[in-house]
Design a protein around this ligand. Sequence first.
Ligand SMILES: NC(=O)c1ccc[n+]([C@@H]2O[C@H](COP(=O)([O-])OP(=O)(O)OC[C@H]3O[C@@H](n4cnc5c(N)ncnc54)[C@H](O)[C@@H]3O)[C@@H](O)[C@H]2O)c1
Length: 251
Amino acid sequence: MGRLDGKVIVVTGGGRGFGRAYCLRFAAEGATVAIAEMDEETGKSTQAEIVANGGRAFAYPLDVRDEDSVTAMRDAVDRDLGGIDGLMNNAGILPPMALPDITKEFWDNVYNTNVWGSFITARAVSHSMRRRGGGAIVNIASSTFFNPSPGSAAYISSKGSVIALSRVLASGLAPYDIRVNFIYPGLTATPGVMEGRFTSDDYFDSRVHKQLIKRRSEIEDVVGAGVFLLSDESAFMTGQGIPVNGGIGMI
Ligand SMILES: NC(=O)c1ccc[n+]([C@@H]2O[C@H](COP(=O)([O-])OP(=O)(O)OC[C@H]3O[C@@H](n4cnc5c(N)ncnc54)[C@H](O)[C@@H]3O)[C@@H](O)[C@H]2O)c1
């Protein structure tokens, strides 16, 4: 028996990186996975991979910055799959930019995706969960909030906002039996990170140096926390964060 048997779980940004890994594992744990992704091609390829492994998955187009797109995704999942039990609110962007070069346009794009996008997706999906009698939402923050590195002011402060958002959503949605928690991963070589500027061995090693566990984070390291927070095993947890970061900052 899977730990997510019978649950319908939406994963935003499920086409690649952490999102893809969540989708594969949630399906292996018995969930029906709705892969909600801006890049149609990668969304469909995650879906095909799950179906080839004998799992249940469906791909939906989504731009988390756009309210109409978010509502259309939620309505389509409700129509096709009968409702939503879990949301892995994972879609996000991690563009680095040196502090003095940050423009308003750059800042707004990071916040529109990471903060506004997380909020409107949680808000839309919460209506579906309320009809179902409850649910679980997991937001994705970042260890950089607690152990900042220079060069990502917009990103790191947006992830601080995701933590605040998780706590206020937890309090606002508790009356409807909807739990809201968050994960804060450490630096991991996902496609999104590897497209940025901080990809040198020296940079990765400098993060490992600050960790208790002396190895780099792998994409699969985060999925166990996701399964736990979306399963009934965490039924008495809300408003909390799980660090998956090798114990960074403890030395
Ligand atoms: N990789 C890390 O080191 C790290 C560390 C901490 C937190 N995170 C967070 O994990 C999450 C996933 O990041 P990743 O590293 O896997 O990145 P990634 O770029 O590899 O994957 C992100 C996915 O989100 C999708 N996406 C981006 N904007 C979208 C939008 N507007 N609407 C819908 N989908 C959109 C992309 O198409 C992509 O498939 C992000 O929230 C990121 O901030 C990553």
